[in-house]
Design a binder for this molecule. Structure first.
Ligand code: PLP
Length: 355
């Protein structure tokens, strides 16, 4: 007798995130700004009014108000649901849409690695449709799968990780217009692209937007993400969450970040400028081909020499990510934008490698 779910036993243990741990962590699309150091005084001050011996706190309604303001576009507090990172919101959506053992979701590929991890954990199958070689996608094929009876959710990642590209607004709209199935638009990197579909939530009752505080708000270790959708969807997805899902301390920290949001948005603008500079510098290196990106990372290839370059960077204390598992990104690596100094070190090391 299996003590645990048979389908999970067959799946094997969760894959460890296979990135080197090095001084220059340019592998997980994190920020170089530690938000705690940036707002510790304001956070401690706010914590004076917070009672961690209690389940409820005034912080929750205050955070709801500030986040509603931040999301804007006429959304109300009832359009929001938050949890422990965008990952937690993905998992909640997967759990909430699953009907039975035949249920599955559809995503484009290559895309965020952990759509498979959490759909499997939720008992939801997942099917992938490959991007076209120019990273456009066949919307008819996508819709054919999405509109098939057991498909419960369409996933679109915009901008997409790990390619860094934006989907066209027309394509996303076309998908929304031609299905009634829930469509999850993952906008984890939206602050770097400035493009969002939040203004379309009122028009499309099946649109669910997932966002993160790990990237633009610099708080990957804090674990805070949220979704935006029509209130009837929020009410359904809430049913699969534990009641006190997000700690009051995390809520207080996020509230303090939102009270100081200009600091984080300025940092995001600086990261975008550094990304442009890094892209230009990488374009100058003939031996690598770099994809344009609307995010805080750049995906590139050194062809057959990619594995060697990856090792060379590792030896120089720079961790980047191998994203070459999918044939469309064969031999591709991904570097997250670091500080100006880290970016320079990265470019110099790559140049030296080819010299
Ligand atoms: C596309 C995408 N979605 C979701 C996540 C998860 O973000 P979080 O740290 O908020 O769980 C990531 C993290 O890298 C991501 O790249």
């Amino acid at each position: 007798m299996n003590l645990f779910r048979t389908d999970l036993l067959q799946a094997g243990p969760p894959a460890d995130i296979s990135v080197p741990r090095k001084k220059n962590m340019m592998c997980l699309n994190e920020s170089v700004l530690d938000p705690y150091q940036a707002i510790d005084e304001a956070f401690h001050q706010t914590m004076q009014e917070v009672r961690l011996n209690r389940y409820f706190s005034h912080v929750t309604s205050e955070l709801r108000r500030l986040l509603t303001d931040y999301v804007g576009h006429g959304m109300s507090k009832d359009h929001l649901l938050w949890g422990n990172g965008a990952d937690d919101m993905l998992f909640a959506c997967f759990l909430a849409v699953r009907e039975n053992n035949s249920s599955f979701a559809v995503s484009l590929a290559p895309s965020y690695f952990d759509y498979s991890t959490y759909s499997r954990a939720a008992g939801l199958g997942i099917e992938f449709i490959d991007y076209l070689p120019d990273f456009d996608f066949d919307e008819k094929r996508y819709l054919e799968v999405l509109n098939s009876p057991d498909c419960r959710l369409g996933i679109l990642c915009n901008p997409n990780n790990p390619t860094g590209h934006l989907l066209s607004d027309e394509k996303i709209t076309y998908v929304l217009e031609h299905t009634k199935k829930p469509v999850l638009l993952d906008e984890t990197y939206f602050e770097f692209s400035g493009r969002t579909f939040v203004d379309k939530v009122a028009d499309y009752p099946h649109l669910i937007i997932v966002r993160s505080f790990s990237k633009s708000f610099s708080a990957a270790g804090l674990r805070f993400g949220y979704l935006v959708s029509q209130p009837q969807n929020v009410d359904e997805i809430r049913k699969v969450q534990t009641i006190f899902n997000t700690s009051i301390m995390v809520q207080t920290f996020v509230m303090t970040m939102l009270l100081n949001k200009d600091l984080f948005l300025r940092h995001t603008a600086a990261a975008v400028a550094l990304k442009h500079q890094l892209f230009e510098d990488m374009q100058q290196i003939e031996a690598i081909k770099t994809l344009p990106s609307a995010t805080n990372f750049l995906t590139f290839s050194a062809g057959e020499r990619s594995p060697e370059l990856f090792e060379c960077l590792k030896q120089n204390d720079i961790a980047i990510r191998d994203v070459g598992a999918h044939p469309l990104l064969a031999k591709h690596l991904r570097v997250s934008v670091g500080s100006a100094e880290q970016n320079r070190l990265f470019v110099d090391t790559v140049r030296r490698f080819f010299a």
